[in-house]
Design a protein around this ligand. Sequence first.
Ligand SMILES: Nc1ncnc2c1ncn2[C@@H]1O[C@H](COP(=O)(O)OP(=O)(O)O)[C@@H](O)[C@H]1O
Ligand SMILES: [Mg+2]
Length: 240
Amino acid sequence: MATPLADVRRAALRHESGTPLIAFHDLSKRYELPHGRVVLDGVSGRIEPGEFLIVVGRSGSGKSTLLNLLGGLDRPSSGHVSVDGRSLGALSDRELTLLRRRRIGFIFQAYNLISTLTVSENLLLPLELNGLAVGNTVAKWLERVGLTGMEEAYPDQLSGGEQQRVAVARALVHEPDLILADEPTGNLDLHHATRVVALLDELCRSSGKTLVMATHSREVAGKADRMLTIREGRLEEVRE
Ligand SMILES: Nc1ncnc2c1ncn2[C@@H]1O[C@H](COP(=O)(O)OP(=O)(O)O)[C@@H](O)[C@H]1O
Ligand SMILES: [Mg+2]
């Protein structure tokens, strides 16, 4: 973690871009129910294009909350998030939906696969919504996550780990610039976890995708450019 090489890479990314892919400022999130808890308390930061950032923190610390705010899935109680210099707070719901659909790939902690669609159909959806050519894309991504042959299965016919890998493929098929991955290896055995992390890392390195990954394990930390931890509503940079 935070090797001189990672520092150099990050400095180069910052220099190249000028504009961060994501900037957030004084961001707070309070859930009114059930007991008015402040989960994020005035956090700020920036994420450069092409960066691989890990967010750690114990369960319940606010990792999913932060990812949801960064990707415009939820709105902050106060503060701002901008993606590519566009303030999410200034976008209408429709503009936000379009931005998310085109630019962002979410890997949800709870998978969020559509249970009435097959594996193939779940993967086709982001392609069709974005008007992208299908070709052999679905087969290519199923192979990448080790699920060739599962095309016609429905989510409830798959194990938790298999569903998680479908969720990974579904988040990536439309080649988004920004991948928000919420504990993408939480349900995987070591073999598949290593494979998924390697795939995400490779996408970040070779195709310039930006990857923000929440995890409560630090196993993947060595691969990231940077690691943040959430503790009592505050965000701290981890240097190891
Ligand atoms: N929709 C919600 N309504 C009320 N409380 C929530 C909601 N989502 C999350 N929380 C609470 O916010 C805190 C942080 O949750 P979360 O962001 O899911 O943490 P993590 O992903 O780090 O486990 C937890 O105490 C959780 O119970
Ligand atoms: Mg979570």
